[in-house]
Ligand binder design. Structure first.
Ligand SMILES: Nc1nc(=O)c2c([nH]1)NC[C@@H]1CN(c3ccc(C(=O)N[C@@H](CCC(=O)O)C(=O)O)cc3)C=[N+]21
Length: 281
C-alpha cells in the first residue's frame, strides 16, 4: 500500500486562488477596502518573526493587507492589553493574531482572552474555544482547524473512528480533540503523564502528533492503515512523528514540511477574510 499524501501546501495554494477572487469581489463592494489582519509579535525570537512574516505574506498573496505590530521583549501585560484594546476598537482591523509564545512576564491567557470574539480569527480565546466545543459559531483555532479542513478535503472519514491526539496544548491538542469530537470521532487525548502511550497510539485510526518534540512518536506505535497527522515543526525539518518508515503502510499522512504548516496559515487568512466579509460586505 502506498500512503496518500495529505498535501497541505497544494491545498493551501488552491484555497488561496479561491480567496483571491473573494477578496476582489469584496473590494468591489467595499470601495476598494480589503480585510486587514493585525499581527502582534512580542520580542525578537527569529523563528516567531519568520512565522509572522509568512502570515503577512499570505495576506498579500490573496490581496488582503496586514498590519505588523512589533513590541519589545520587555513589554508588560498591561501594555499588550492596551494594544489589543486599541486594535479591538479599530474598525479597519478585522482580525488579530497574537503570536505565541510571548515573553514569560506576560500573562498570555489574559492577552488572548482580551481579543474580541469577532476579531479572534486565530481562534485562541476561551470564549471561541467554548463556543466551538459546543458546536456554536466561532472561528476555529488555526492549526487544528487547518487540520480539519485538510482531512475534510481528502474526505478522511472521522465518524466513529478512534482519534488519538498526543498533546493537550491550548492552541493545538485541546481544540483538536474537541473538533474531532464535533466530527463524531471517538477521541483519546494523551499527554506527558499518560502511562501507556504506545499502546494507546496503537489503537488509533487517526493519530495527531501535537507534542512539540522531534519524532517523539515512533513509527512502530502506529497501526497499518492509520491516518497520520503531524502538527510538529522542528528546525531539523521533521515533525513530532517518525514518518519515514510509514509511507508504505499507513493510509495517509501529512508531510513535514508541506502538510499542517501551510494549512495553519491558510486558515488564519481564510478566517480573516470571513471576518472582513462580515464587516465590509
Ligand atoms: N497565535 C499563534 N497562532 C499560531 O498558529 C502559531 C503561533 N501562535 N505560534 C507558532 C505556531 C507555529 N505555526 C506555524 C505556522 C506555519 C508553519 C509553516 O508553514 N511551516 C512550513 C515550513 C516553513 C519553514 O520553516 O520554511 C511547512 O510546514 O511547510 C509552521 C508553523 C503557527 N503557530
Amino acid at each position: 500500500m502506498t500512503a496518500q499524501i495529505l498535501d497541505g501546501k497544494a491545498l493551501a495554494q488552491q484555497f488561496e486562488e479561491e480567496m483571491r477572487q473573494r477578496v476582489e469581489a469584496l473590494k468591489a463592494k467595499a470601495d476598494g477596502r480589503t480585510p486587514i489582519l493585525a499581527t502582534i509579535l512580542v520580542g525578537a525570537d527569529p523563528a516567531s518573526a519568520t512565522y509572522v512574516k509568512m502570515k503577512g505574506n499570505a495576506c498579500r498573496r490573496v490581496g488582503m493587507e496586514s498590519e505588523a505590530i512589533e513590541m519589545a521583549e520587555s513589554t508588560t501585560t498591561e501594555e499588550l492589553l492596551a494594544k489589543i484594546d486599541e486594535l479591538n476598537n479599530n474598525p479597519d482591523v478585522h482580525g488579530i493574531l497574537l503570536q505565541h509564545p510571548v515573553p514569560a512576564q506576560i500573562d498570555e491567557r489574559a492577552c488572548f482572552d482580551a481579543i474580541s470574539l469577532e476579531k479572534d480569527v486565530d481562534g485562541v480565546t476561551c470564549l471561541g474555544f467554548g463556543r466551538m466545543s459546543m458546536g456554536e459559531a466561532a472561528y476555529g483555532c488555526a492549526t487544528p482547524k487547518g487540520i480539519m479542513r485538510l482531512l475534510e478535503h481528502y474526505q478522511v472519514e472521522m465518524e466513529g473512528k478512534h482519534a488519538v491526539v498526543v498533546g493537550r496544548s491550548a492552541i493545538l491538542g485541546k481544540p483538536m480533540a474537541m473538533m474531532l469530537l464535533e466530527a463524531n470521532a471517538t477521541v483519546t487525548i494523551c499527554h506527558s503523564r499518560t502511562r501507556n502511550l504506545a499502546d494507546l497510539v496503537k489503537q488509533a485510526d487517526i493519530v495527531v502528533g501535537a507534542v512539540g518534540k522531534p519524532e517523539f512518536i515512533k513509527a512502530d506505535w502506529i497501526k497499518d492503515g492509520a491516518v497520520v497527522v503531524d502538527a510538529g515543526y522542528h528546525p531539523e525539518q521533521c515533525g513530532d512523528i517518525e514518518l519515514a518508515p510509514l509511507a508504505d503502510r499507513v493510509a495517509a499522512y501529512t508531510p513535514v514540511p508541506g502538510g499542517v504548516g501551510p494549512m495553519t496559515i491558510n486558515t488564519l487568512i481564510f478566517q480573516t477574510l470571513q471576518s472582513g466579509e462580515k464587516a465590509l460586505g
